[in-house]
Design a protein around this ligand. Sequence first.
Ligand SMILES: [Zn+2]
Ligand SMILES: [Zn+2]
Length: 377
Amino acid sequence: MTTKTFNALISRGIPSNIADSIIKNKYTLQTLKLETSDKLKKLGLTEEQIEQIYHEERPPIPLDIVTKLIFESRNTCNICRDQSLPIIIHHIIPWHQSRNNAETNLILLCLLCHDKVHSKRDLTYNISFEQLKDLKQKWLKETKTHDSKIIQGLIIEKKANWDYINLGRLLELASSLNISLTTDYTSHLSQYNIVNNSGLLNDIESWKIKQLPQYYLYDFGIGNYLYYNYKDILTKVVGKIDIVNLDNIWSKKNLLTFVSTGTIIYCSGGLYFKDESEFNKDRNQSRRCYLQKRNIKVETTFDAYYSTSSSAKHDHLCGHKSGSILGIIKSIEVQEGILYITISCIAIGMNLKQGLNLSTLLPYDNISAIDFDTEDD
Ligand SMILES: [Zn+2]
Ligand SMILES: [Zn+2]
């Protein structure tokens, strides 16, 4: 398995381009150990790296740390940020001084920047440990924001259409982010006493409209205004939160490294819906939704009363559809080899991608150390 060899080599301080060529020559860590040092030199390894392969005096960096480091840095040098260059894992405070393989002491560098950092003893390139840490933090922050921005772009897109919005969760998030509930639609809706002046929903019984909603919340004359109102609030909320795109880290190992209870996630793919209640009117029309790809299953239940339209309720959120979910992780557990992620759903939409292909927007393709396809244990 090449990912395994790649990770094994990179965790022993071997640069990514040398690791790639070693893999091309069909070596594994075990077969490398059996080769002569001359042969290893020809493969591009330095004396120090050869020593490390033979004797392993320095413990390799744990693989979950390697994965996280490479992913969060987008396989890119934290100093020059040139995505085309091979990388190496560098100890911020050198190993011989720190004996520290913790993630906080590691940084991804290209070979050029790595050389410069190491020659700082000659004072030709004066960069302190603190500066290195600072550069790393800045780069990680940028990549994280970049991810969130891409997802936000999809979600905020004007044409994006939500089939379900969890008003409880939405208002909770809005309030924790100090986002006002008033929108362009507030004054119109308040004329009918649907919302009050500060945008809060009034009791349905007090709405001044001819026919009150029965089958779903927006099931009345100007129900679409109420939907636009909540879509606006959702858009504002999404603009202010960090969202982890599960689509890009879809493997058990990665997910366990990157997300935990409380993380706000986005994922897309085939969604399965199933009614869990016999009711078709009023609240508590519980419906289950899950998305499973390989050995990972994302599950949620929601109240179909909060479907945003008749077609959402009776068509989009039924059976087997392709769509996207935004939610907050409630629990993560492994059962019989399947990773179950239960989320509290914030919203579900069927056509959020609008033809945008995430993988072309994000530099993930070249992250060979990330285990996208292999079954992990
Ligand atoms: Zn660099
Ligand atoms: Zn180094």
